[in-house]
Design a binder for this molecule. Structure first.
Ligand SMILES: *[C@@H]1O[C@H](CO)[C@@H](O)[C@H](O)[C@H]1NC(C)=O
Ligand SMILES: *[C@@H]1O[C@H](CO)[C@@H](O)[C@H](O)[C@H]1NC(C)=O
Ligand SMILES: *[C@@H]1O[C@H](CO)[C@@H](O)[C@H](O)[C@H]1NC(C)=O
Ligand SMILES: *[C@@H]1O[C@H](CO)[C@@H](O)[C@H](O)[C@H]1NC(C)=O
Ligand SMILES: *[C@@H]1O[C@H](CO)[C@@H](O)[C@H](O)[C@H]1NC(C)=O
Ligand SMILES: *[C@@H]1O[C@H](CO)[C@@H](O)[C@H](O)[C@H]1NC(C)=O
Ligand SMILES: CC(=O)N[C@H]1CO[C@H](CO)[C@@H](O)[C@@H]1O
Length: 658
């Protein structure tokens, strides 16, 4: 059986790697450039296009369009010079966003985009090859160690009145014609060509990636591009969704687009993407731009999915487009590339709809959310069943995170949320147990986004605990209300809330994470804002950006100062107590607080004496936990490695290893 399987596998591999004669010929005959795409800080460069077949005729374009037999015939090498002082082209398009006829008042940075194709003596045309050359620009000076991503596409794909996906275009005109009153519609409701979604909105493009520490491209592939987002499609700077497909050349993009992005199962870096996103920052696009990246970085954990991300500078057809956030994209392929789970067996639900999987899979999802919401969770058997269907332990942390950062359009109100499971459980693979698990995305409508940093006093938990509140009647609010009727869940949830304040959003940690992102963006914001706005920031781009970052800082600082009081009041507790947790010798072992955060040094956090705090010892190899030394706390329970305690004033817990 095993042998048959491996033979079959070999057979498949053989099939997959056998290119047709035509494909081979295509590749062998492709024209090529004498220099790699990238930054050349020189007066001028000489660029040659070569075709392997000496009798081939090479055609090329310089405007991003696809060369054909009517394009210019290549004869002599190009002498390419600094292009940045030439007039803007693509960034001069109007009709990008409702009510905003903005074009940059500066000449944005530019490079030469060259697309070439060869006609072979037998009349056959090769595929198109593309390159982008920035002459006289010093990438390090301009962008420090941030990567640059080139998108090369026929400008019509973005700006054509009928088929251009980046503009208001014909869709807008038709929409207004159908009902002239729409002329006054709220900007985020205005329809345009940009509103088109799905496969039909995908346009062919080439992407090139120049790493942060490099001046030339190390990756290039033909892909499909679409816009991404809901309301934020109406923004001036729009987000892109990048897809690889066999029909563009390759099924996957075998490249580490997000340096340091480790697989969720811990087995090395994610080095293969089927899709990824270039995000404008979502709702935060024209404010701090960092919110979602920052928040997801701070909550990153092994229980539920968070998206890894990076900054990148994007150019379209050689014209500077601005700062983008490179993001992982949730799909069946994401699960496959992070866990080695067969993508055909993966179901992803996004805001009540099947994102990956079969249409019928919606029933699996409905059954579970209805069960969670409508079953009496005080009854232990019901709660056990909930745990069989749903990753309750991960959910506790997810729910605490959303409550802490105060997401306004997320899970609690039935807004942006996603979850996944495998259809057919496979217990040999971690997380392929068939339980639904949460996936975090688009958290930026939070942390005081539209405020001034002082509106940190909204208490989501209070609303959730009130069965009659509108939040408890929404999906996420309702499920959390229901689960909170169970004491075990409630205890875990309270611990997770405490640890949001104690650990994940601990002030110093937060400020450091903000500093890091602010320092990356600060040297980039002037160019970005001159290219994209917002208008109110044009005059003092750096100052305006810093003010926006200050709002995030202040909000999180304020949150930190009020959050324990919320928990105290919501659950009717006495004020929290400072708890010190330590070990006799950290060379012998460490400890884990509430099954989530591991410490290799003394830790102090605030907890309530009415709620059981859990600590798990993690002895190093060859060591054992000998005892727990407890001061000012009552023991609730104890297992081999864990203890549960009610922490009183002056509580100290020491793990004694030997
Ligand atoms: C080239 O131009 C000719 C004459 O305008 C036109 O008939 C033909 O379709 C064009 N070829 C391509 C590939 O666009
Ligand atoms: C190329 O032009 C840009 C824009 O004017 C300028 O900033 C840059 O210094 C120029 N490069 C050189 C080498 O002169
Ligand atoms: C670009 O600028 C950096 C920093 O200012 C400098 O160290 C480097 O030598 C320059 N590189 C080139 C190719 O001019
Ligand atoms: C922010 O995003 C939400 C959707 O997530 C949208 O409803 C809302 O209108 C956006 N806000 C603005 C000001 O565009
Ligand atoms: C849930 O079950 C418990 C224990 O049987 C019972 O006391 C309680 O009234 C039930 N709650 C509801 C809302 O039915
Ligand atoms: C610890 O004790 C509490 C209260 O007796 C109980 O509810 C809880 O399930 C116990 N936890 C563990 C891990 O045994
Ligand atoms: C993909 C997308 O954003 N589609 C939106 C187009 O506009 C309608 C009406 O405003 C929305 O319902 C869609 O979500």
């Amino acid at each position: 059986m095993k042998l048959l399987n491996s033979l079959y596998l070999l057979f498949c591999i053989a099939l997959a790697s056998t290119k047709t004669v035509e494909e081979e010929e295509q590749e062998n005959n492709l024209p090529s450039f004498s220099l790699a795409s990238g930054f050349y800080n020189e007066e001028s460069i000489e660029l040659e296009i070569k075709a392997p077949n000496p009798n081939a005729v090479i055609y090329y374009t310089l405007d991003g369009s696809i060369p054909n037999e009517n394009s210019t015939i290549y004869e002599n090498p190009f002498i390419l010079k600094n292009k940045s002082n030439e007039e803007n082209v693509l960034s001069n398009h109007l009709g990008i966003a409702p009510y905003r006829n903005f074009t940059p008042s500066v000449k944005v940075k530019k490079g030469h985009v060259i697309r070439a194709m060869a006609k072979l003596p037998d009349g056959e045309l090769t595929n198109v090859v593309s390159g982008t050359y920035y002459v006289g620009l010093n990438k390090t000076q301009l962008y420090q160690d941030n990567p640059v991503i080139n998108i090369i596409t026929d400008p019509d794909n973005l700006f054509d009145y009928e088929k251009g996906i980046y503009i208001l275009g014909k869709t807008y005109d038709d929409w207004i014609k159908a009902d002239p009153k729409r002329k006054d519609a709220q900007d985020y409701l205005v329809q345009g060509n940009y509103n088109e979604s799905g496969r039909k909105s995908e346009r062919p493009a080439t992407i090139e990636y120049i790493p942060g520490n490099d001046n030339t491209a190390v990756f290039s592939q033909d892909v499909g591009i679409r816009l991404k987002g809901k309301a934020t499609r109406t923004y001036y700077q729009k987000s892109f969704h990048i897809t690889s497909r066999e029909e563009y050349g390759k099924k996957n993009m075998k490249f580490e687009f997000i340096p340091g992005n480790m697989r969720a199962d811990g087995k090395g870096p994610v080095n293969k993407y089927k899709t990824f996103n270039l995000r404008n920052g979502g709702n935060d696009s024209e404010f701090g731009k960092i919110r979602d990246m920052l928040l997801q970085d701070l909550i990153k954990n092994d229980y539920f999915e968070t998206q890894q991300s990076d900054f990148a500078i994007v150019f379209i057809d050689g014209e500077y487009w601005g700062v983008y956030n490179v993001y992982e994209d949730y799909s069946d392929h994401y699960i496959k590339n992070n866990y080695d789970i067969d993508d055909k067996n993966v179901v992803v639900i996004k805001s009540n709809k099947v994102e990956s999987g079969e249409d019928e899979d919606i029933e699996l999802y409905r059954n579970t959310v209805n069960y969670l919401r409508n079953t009496n969770m005080t009854i232990p058997e019901n709660y056990e069943e909930a745990k069989r269907q749903f990753d309750v332990e991960g959910y506790v942390w997810y729910a605490a995170f959303y409550a802490y950062i105060d997401v306004q359009d997320g899970w609690y109100v039935g807004g942006n949320y996603a979850m996944w499971r495998v259809r057919d459980p496979d217990n040999s693979v971690p997380k392929a147990d068939g339980k639904w698990r949460m996936m975090t995305f688009d958290t930026e409508f939070s942390t005081g986004l539209y405020g001034d940093g002082t509106d940190y006093k909204t208490d989501i938990i209070k609303q959730v605990l009130n069965k009659k509140s509108s939040m408890a009647r929404q999906l996420g609010g309702g499920i959390t209300y229901s689960l909170l009727q169970n004491e075990e869940f409630k205890n875990m949830f309270i611990n997770a809330l405490c640890d949001m304040k104690n650990i994940h959003f601990e002030s110093e940690r937060v400020q450091k994470a903000i500093d890091e992102k602010e320092n990356i963006l600060l040297p980039l914001v002037k160019d970005h804002i001159q290219r994209n706005g917002p208008d109110w920031a044009l005059e003092y781009p750096e100052g305006c950006f810093k003010d926006q970052i200050k709002i995030i800082r202040n909000w999180l600082k304020g949150r930190d100062s009020v959050f324990m009081k919320f928990i105290q009041d919501d659950f009717g507790f006495q004020p929290p107590n400072k708890v010190i947790i330590t070990a006799n010798d950290f060379n012998m072992g460490s400890f884990i607080v509430n099954n989530m955060n591991e410490f290799h040094q003394e830790y102090t956090g605030e907890y309530f004496k009415e709620n059981i705090l859990y600590i798990t010892a993690k002895p190093n190899q060859g060591r054992k936990i000998k005892a727990w030394k407890l001061k000012n706390c009552n023991l609730a329970n104890r297992t081999k490695l864990s203890i549960g305690i009610y922490p009183k004033k002056g509580c100290t817990i020491t793990a004694v290893f030997n």
